[in-house]
Ligand binder design. Sequence first.
Ligand code: FAD
Length: 504
Amino acid sequence: MAWDDEYDVVVAGSGAGALAGALAAASGGLRTAVLEKTALVGGTSAYSGSAIWLPGTRVQERAGIGDSTESARAYLRALLGDDGNAAHREAFLETAPELVEFLERDPAIEFEWRAFPDYFDAPGRVDMGRSFVPLDLPVERLGELAGLVRPPVDRDRAGRGHAAGRPLAQGRALIGRLLLAITATGASDVRTGTALTELIVEDGQVTGVVAMTAGGPVRLRAARGVLLAAGGFESSAELREARGVPGSAGRTMAPDGANTGDAITAAMKIGASTGLLDQAWFCPGLAMPGGRAAFTLGFRGGLIVDGTGRRFANESLPYDRMGRCLAAADAPFYLVFDARSDGLPAISIPSAAPEEQFAAGLWHRADTLAGLAAKTGLPAAALASTVERFNGFAAEGADEDFHRGEDPYDRYFTGGGPCLVPVDRQPYVAAEIVLSDLGTKGGLRTDPDGRVLSGADEPIPGLYAAGNTSASFTGHVYPGPGIPIGTAMAFAYRAVQHMRRNHA
Ligand code: FAD
């Protein structure tokens, strides 16, 4: 085999899972390559709020919030049951404290707990949440590396870089800190513009990859293993359609041109098995000009109706749960609010400029509900009676239909104010809401060490997967903030530990 470069570990992708795995490998002296298809490092992880759900670690202990491995176990068991996922759950719980200790040992990495409630009322829940975030990162600490980190979604979609003079925050801080730590090991190459296309198998073992670069294909050896952490297939309209993922490639939140399922496809070609392929981390999206969507959460006013003019869910539900309600209902959907709110009564990422939304025909304004119905095509009588009933609930402070405001998560975003706010002040506004997602969550089936399983349920030697390239052990459930990134990091770390043990 003629190799263009030889490494111990090749990691495909550069999100939080990929970089955590690369750091674990490179800090242990393994020569490591990080392959990133686009020109920028970080993928959707860089867009994220960087909440990390790794329970029972020193971070929660420092914060004194009463989190523990045991309570997290009770919570996950209550949500997921024991069937089929217990081994992954235990591996995840066991790894979380060790992983965080490993990461924080690096001078570039520091976390702090941040309130953000778990998403379900279940035993073991921490009401104010157990996830944590990285500290903001002064851009000077990154030096030239700063230009490699994918900017926040609003600036990135507009083709702009990081805001000058501001520290990197949230997902950018996480990616920046991991990049800093990896670079300091001196054992890792971060190769942007390098897309994994094929896996090389010799004697039944994955020994390397073929990757496409601007200069043509390269063959890279991976003596210990290949870790596939190259996102899901949320941006492939074809794969979404074939697998029946609700929503659309145009309205996913992943960066343009990033996650089209390349790693999953390459692994399937050598016999890897898949699971959960119709699943995503769903969310409501605010319809944006150009057919895009903005991740929308934290509704603190208004109500959402479907095409019949009726409410169909608690608008304040955690976003994946609300996304699933959208997927089950009939579009179009509108968030109806009024002059009480100065702009959208919710957080949208990216944020929306109301006048642009009106100009694009995505928001409608009228002095009466009947006028709003005429502009949106919603049935006027149904809309009027829905709003009247909702206003009655607001006056009583109790939502008899969907119990909005009864859960700590609902109230988290209202700053202590009510979740049920009457809609009765002119002008009325209807903003179009669509189903969006933060990425698909089905993919390669793995064992608890991140080893990719064949159709015969056997680990494929030398091949590992984590993050949205793998089928999440959380199935159809999004337990709490930071689960995508927390699980991606934990299983990438475990994969590298396995590579090390296996070759000791
Ligand atoms: P990504 O982070 O998307 O990384 C995949 C990378 O692989 C991309 O850079 C892509 O270009 C690259 N790639 C693709 N194909 C190839 C190839 N063939 N070769 C090489 N590279 C390739 N989750 C949380 O846990 N906490 C949060 O706070 C949170 N907040 C969010 C906020 C927003 C606004 C959004 C949009 C999402 C948020 N999420 C959050 C979800 C989370 O960001 C993603 O689910 C998660 O980051 C996915 O990680 P990943 O490593 O699987 O994929």
